[in-house]
Design a protein around this ligand. Sequence first.
Ligand SMILES: C[S@@+](CC[C@H](N)C(=O)[O-])C[C@H]1O[C@@H](n2cnc3c(N)ncnc32)[C@H](O)[C@@H]1O
Length: 275
Amino acid sequence: MLSYRHGFHAGNHADVLKHATLQFIHKAVIATDPRPILVVDTHAGAGLYDLKSEMGEKVGEWRQGILPLLPKAAEAPALLRDWLEMVHLDGPRAYAGSPEISRRLLRAHDRLLCFELHSTDFAALSTLLCTDPRIAVVKADGLAGLPAVFPPPERHALVLIDPSYEIKTDYGQVQDTLLKAWRRLSTGTYLLWYPVIDRGFTERMLGGLRNSEIGRQYRIEFCIEPDEARRGMTGSGLLVINPPDSLPDAMAEALPWLAREFNASGQVRAEWVKP
Ligand SMILES: C[S@@+](CC[C@H](N)C(=O)[O-])C[C@H]1O[C@@H](n2cnc3c(N)ncnc32)[C@H](O)[C@@H]1O
């Protein structure tokens, strides 16, 4: 039984890092390669969030996340600017989640495949995207579903793996899924999101991937507070496999800016794990 609902957390500091980076990478990948691409979102969520709804205001993380950044879009580093401008234009009542960000970047010949298991979020996402013939939304396990559709006929893919890590076994399953998918399409670009809640679980998963045959691994981490500051999520990160060439320079500019804006006192880094 799934209890995690992204609507309680949408627009928080982890979403800022993930959504801005996803948009930047998607744009960079299609700018350098005209071939049709399959975008896969293994844990898609509801797609669009009303941050001012009862759900969004219950924890209200967006008020310390995206909200203070909105008036600063024009002065933000390139990696964040476009995305912040889009969020500013949409307003807090229609905050775009990962599948909606991807949808906006699809070209006529691209496809988007979304997996979502929660009945309510699956229904909302289907309603949002089902009229677009380039998009499929399925109520199925994304960790089993991703390798099952790989390699795609396009032989060109961008994958977001963004689990809720509700159960500890998710960490091991994510590692297996990513390895299986990569073995079927080693040229794909993969973004794996992870929370910094329990450092041991995170490092075991990332260590397993580092010691695997997967090459070109780039790691980004943004922690608002040191790990030991309190219980709960003190930060988050992304492991990017086969990042676009422009990502390291863009990150080197974006992360210090974000760290200043959020007054971050935890680990903030972006580095090659395996160049
Ligand atoms: C962190 S949220 C996704 C947020 C979304 N990617 C975004 O950035 O807008 C994780 C989602 O995965 C769903 N989920 C959990 N386990 C899943 C699984 N095995 N397969 C597909 N969806 C799953 C949850 O219901 C939840 O909506």
